[in-house]
Design a binder for this molecule. Structure first.
Ligand SMILES: Cc1ncc(COP(=O)(O)O)c(C=O)c1O
Length: 390
C-alpha cells in the first residue's frame, strides 16, 4: 500500500488545509489494491499529490508551463527523440500521431488485428485520416513478423488498392512482447519502402522492465511512439508522443484540433513525472522502479491457475495473465462473480497485476481459482464481461 511520508503530508496538508492530518483519499491504495481488471485501476499516490501541490501553473497552449516543458524534454531525452508532446490519453496519442503521419487518401495503415488502434479507438483512424486500416493476423499467434507484414503491405500503385503509408505496431500487445530484433527488421524494411512506423507503446515500459531491451533501444527505431503514464505507471491522467521536431510541431496542431490543447497542464505533468520516476524508475531498463515486482507476482498468479489445471490463452511475458476459460471449463463471467463474493474486481479471463495489488488480493484470488476450477460454481451464463484490452 502507498502511504504519505511525513514530509509529503506536511507540505500537501499545508497547501490543502488538511492540517489535522486526517487520512485523505490520497492515502493508501484504496480500491486499487483489490482491482485486477486493468493496470489503469491504480490510484494516484501521495507523492503525486505533493508534486501537484508544487507544480507550475502556466498555460501549455502557449508552451509556457515549466513542469510540462521539463517533462517533455526529459521524455524526449530518455527516448532519444528530438521532441515530445503531452496528450490527455493513449487514444489521443495514437490518433494525433497517426493523423500527423498521413497526408491524404488513398492510403492504408497496417497493424496487428488485435491492436488497440483498430479494436478500441472508436474507429478514429479511418474516420480521421480516411485511411483503410488493414488488420493482420500474426502467424505465430504472439506478435507480427516482417514476413506477416510483407504479405499484406501494398507497395504497388494498382488503383484497386490503398498503398501502405504507415505500420502501427503495439508493444506490449495483450501483455506480450515484440522482440527488439523483429522490430528492427520491420522498421528497416518499412523505411526502405518509404513507410513510416508508429509504436503504440502504452505499455512499452513493461517490455523494457521484462528485459526485452532498453527504453531508447526500442523508441529510437520508430518515427513516433506514444507512451502512457496512466496504465501500470499509475498517474491519474496523461500520455506522451515522441518524434522529430517537425513531427511534434504538426502533432501539436492536430492535438489542438481535437480539443487536446489544455491550459494549466502542470497538474498533469507533475503527477506523470512522479509516475515515471517512481514506478518505471530512473534507469533505461526500469530496474529501479516498482514494475519488476509486478511481473513476479503475475508469474505467481499464472502458477496458481495452471497448478490447478487451468489453461492459459496467451504466454505470460509481463503483467497480464490471459486465462483460457473455455478449455479450463470456466464460464465467461464466473471469475467476476466469484471475485465479487471475495471482494475482488475481476473481468472475463484477463487478470492484470499492477503495483498496488497486495498479498491479500493474491490470497483471495487463489480462493477464486479454487472455486472456479473445482467446478463447484454454477457456470454463469452472463457474457457481459468479455476479454478486453483496455
Ligand atoms: C495498448 C493500448 N493503447 C492505447 C490505449 C488507450 O489509452 P487511453 O485509455 O488512455 O485512451 C490503451 C488503453 O488501455 C491500450 O491498452
Amino acid at each position: 500500500m502507498a502511504h504519505l511520508s511525513n514530509g509529503t503530508m506536511t507540505h500537501a496538508s499545508a497547501i490543502t488545509g488538511n492540517t489535522d492530518k486526517k487520512p485523505t483519499p490520497w492515502h493508501g491504495a484504496g480500491a486499487a489494491e483489490f482491482d485486477l481488471r486493468s493496470d489503469t485501476m491504480t490510484k494516484p499516490t501521495a507523492s503525486m499529490l505533493e508534486a501537484i501541490c508544487q507544480t507550475t501553473l502556466l498555460d501549455d497552449v502557449f508552451n509556457e508551463d515549466p513542469v510540462t516543458n521539463e517533462l517533455q524534454s526529459y521524455v524526449a531525452q530518455i527516448t532519444k527523440h528530438e521532441d515530445s508532446l503531452l496528450v490527455l490519453s493513449g487514444t489521443m496519442g495514437n490518433q494525433v500521431a497517426i493523423r500527423s503521419h498521413l497526408a491524404q487518401p488513398p492510403h492504408s495503415v497496417l497493424c496487428d488485428h488485435r491492436s488497440h488502434i483498430i479494436c478500441y479507438e472508436a474507429g478514429g483512424v479511418s474516420a480521421w485520416t480516411g485511411a483503410t486500416v488493414s488488420p493482420v493476423i500474426p502467424q505465430n499467434g504472439v506478435h507480427l513478423t516482417l514476413e506477416d507484414i510483407k504479405k499484406h503491405a501494398v507497395l504497388q500503385d494498382d488503383i484497386h488498392y490503398c498503398p501502405t503509408k504507415l505500420i502501427s505496431l503495439e508493444n506490449t500487445l495483450n501483455g506480450m512482447i515484440m522482440p527488439l530484433d523483429e522490430v528492427k527488421r520491420i522498421v528497416e524494411w518499412a523505411h526502405a519502402n518509404e513507410i513510416k512506423v508508429h509504436l503504440d507503446g502504452a505499455r512499452l515500459w513493461e517490455a523494457v522492465v521484462a528485459g526485452a531491451g532498453s527504453l531508447s533501444e526500442y523508441t529510437s527505431l520508430f518515427d513516433s511512439v506514444s507512451l502512457c503514464f496512466s496504465k501500470g505507471l499509475g498517474a491519474p491522467i496523461g500520455s506522451i508522443v515522441v518524434g522529430s521536431q517537425d513531427f511534434i510541431k504538426k502533432a501539436r496542431w492536430f492535438r489542438k484540433s481535437i480539443g487536446g490543447g489544455a491550459r494549466q497542464t502542470g497538474v498533469i505533468a507533475a503527477a506523470a513525472r512522479v509516475a515515471l520516476t517512481e514506478t518505471f524508475g530512473t534507469d533505461p531498463k526500469g530496474q529501479t522502479g516498482k514494475l519488476a515486482a509486478t511481473h513476479e507476482r503475475a508469474k505467481q498468479v499464472a502458477n496458481l491457475w495452471t497448478s490447478r489445471g487451468g489453461k492459459l490463452r496467451y504466454p505470460l511475458h509481463t503483467n497480464m495473465i490471459w486465462l483460457d476459460l473455455e478449455s479450463s471449463g470456466v464460464g465467461p463471467n464466473d471469475l467476476a462473480e466469484i471475485g465479487q463474493q471475495k471482494g475482488l474486481r475481476l473481468s472475463g479471463g484477463r487478470v492484470v497485476v499492477h503495483y498496488q495489488i497486495s498479498d491479500e488480493a493474491i490470497a483471495r484470488l487463489e480462493q477464486v481459482f479454487d472455486i472456479a476450477l473445482k467446478g463447484d460454481f454454477k457456470r454463469s451464463e452472463d457474457t457481459s464481461k468479455p476479454y478486453g484490452s483496455k
